[in-house]
Design a protein around this ligand. Structure first.
Ligand SMILES: Cc1cc2nc3c(=O)[nH]c(=O)nc-3n(C[C@H](O)[C@H](O)[C@H](O)COP(=O)(O)OP(=O)(O)OC[C@H]3O[C@@H](n4cnc5c(N)ncnc54)[C@H](O)[C@@H]3O)c2cc1C
Length: 410
């Protein structure tokens, strides 16, 4: 039987985080948007104490029978939490410490010992970040084309290459900021194509890793986006996630890509949070101006604004249902590759349309920097870009529905 009720536990989490979003995020959102490269340390330290044992974070468990059973609602709970935090401010949510993308990769591909070793630091007193570095100057959507190499030299892997647009790369990679780590994708054998791509843990401050710059961005400006250069960066052999063997097929690469099945619903949830912020704002403003939204009225009798508003609301709700389904499937250990891409493609598009329409409906109020609506419109677009662009997710959906391989449809 399908049950659309959230558990009392998740509802309580949502209520708590809504308070945090309203009272701790909204009031500082504009300020940190204006001062792009400054860090909201008070907010970071406060949320670290609240969140470090919350069990919130994406993850497909690569679990053996000796490990304890994970929280059965972890992914759904995380989606609900992230929507709430992003309703507060998507940039601040992304800037929050925690296992994030790098942690999701460790959960998906790490051994029990690696999970203990790399994830235990997220329970300490000081805030810690992790990040995931895949994108390169010549490889983004086509992640199989990455050029960064990992060459075995005695007891070490030696990494060389450049990674760009790495979210939280500064906070995870600079030891003066945190005792974090970066999961770096590199090839151990270029001639093997996708099968040769592996992921490696590079701890903050490892010699040979340089944080070259942080981007100036259109939206989510409080979240850092770093360029990382690896020059003969040596890491111990046991910091490769999963097996170092290069298989004959690209199955191993599929395993690495499975991290996205956990993280795409989270990006979708963040998009929905931003879209809901804009929708709530429009609703309040229409109410203030005594403009009604007449639910239940025949469609031919609705005003243009009523139709627009209902359309925005329906699309956000559709995106949310897709997102919850993808997370729910992952919580049950079901394959959700198709559903994760559906959620991400729908939510990424909807949030750009909803925020743009909100600015259009409210005119100067929407455009002014005095309010947050113009910021939400800028913050929205990233959801259509990272973790697979709109076009790439649509292609994955087509592949899975039509039964094509990535070679046949790319
Ligand atoms: C703020 C920000 C944060 C980011 N954070 C991270 C991070 O933490 N880690 C990380 O590794 N990366 C990160 N990225 C990078 C992001 O994932 C890539 O930008 C994205 O995957 C697109 O890759 P690309 O930039 O190389 O664009 P390209 O792949 O060059 O794509 C350019 C355009 O072409 C389209 N396109 C490409 N191939 C096809 C195709 N086969 N069919 C149809 N259309 C196609 C794309 O959809 C896009 O519209 C971040 C990016 C930004 C902007």
């Amino acid at each position: 039987m399908i049950d659309y009720e959230l558990s009392p536990d998740i509802v309580a989490t949502r209520e708590q985080l809504h308070m945090l979003a309203e009272h701790a995020m909204r009031p500082i959102a504009r300020d940190y948007d204006e001062r792009e490269h400054e860090k909201p340390w008070d907010f970071i330290n406060m949320t670290w104490q609240l969140s470090k044992n919350s069990g919130i974070g994406p993850g497909r468990e690569n679990r053996d029978k000796t490990e304890p059973r994970p929280d059965a609602e972890r992914n759904l709970r995380t989606c609900v939490a992230v929507e709430e935090l992003s309703w507060g401010d998507a940039g601040l949510y992304l800037a929050m410490p925690g296992p994030g993308l790098g942690g999701a990769a460790v959960m998906a591909a790490g051994t029990p010992e690696q999970k203990e070793r790399f994830l235990s630091r997220f329970k300490g007193e000081k805030a810690v970040w992790s990040a995931m570095a895949i994108t390169e100057p010549g490889a983004g959507s086509d992640s199989a084309a990455i050029q960064t190499t990992a060459v075995r030299d005695g007891d070490h892997w030696v990494l060389n290459g450049t990674k760009i647009f790495c979210t939280s790369g500064l906070m995870a990679g600079d030891p003066s900021k945190s005792n974090g780590f970066i999961v770096v994708w590199a090839t151990v054998d270029r001639s093997a194509g996708r099968a040769g791509i592996k992921s490696f843990i590079v701890n903050a401050g490892t010699p040979g890793m340089t944080i070259a710059k942080c981007e100036d961005k259109m939206g989510i400006r409080v979240s850092d986006t770093a360029t990382l250069i690896f020059e003969d960066c040596r890491i111990p052999l046991d910091q490769i996630l999963g097996s170092p063997e290069v298989p004959k097929t690209s199955e191993g690469f599929k395993g690495v890509m499975a991290t996205f099945d956990a993280t795409r619903p989270i990006v979708a949830a963040s998009a929905i949070g931003v879209g809901r912020a804009a929708l709530d704002f429009v609703r309040e403003e229409l109410k203030r101006q005594n403009i009604p939204i007449r639910y239940g009225t025949a469609v031919h009798k609705l005003t243009a604004i009523e139709r627009d508003f209902m359309d925005m609301e329906a699309n956000l709700q559709a995106a949310r249902l897709l997102t919850w389904r993808a997370a729910w499937m992952m919580d049950r250990g079901q394959r959700n590759n198709l559903e994760a891409s559906m959620a991400k493609a729908k939510a990424g598009l909807v949030v750009t349309q909803v925020t743009q329409k909100a600015v259009e409906i409210l005119g100067p109020l929407g455009y002014s920097r005095e309010l947050l609506l113009e910021k939400w419109m800028r913050d929205a677009k990233i959801n259509d870009i990272f973790e697979g662009t709109q076009q790439i997710n649509m292609m994955i959906i087509a592949r899975r529905i039509l039964g094509y391989s990535s070679k046949e449809l790319s």
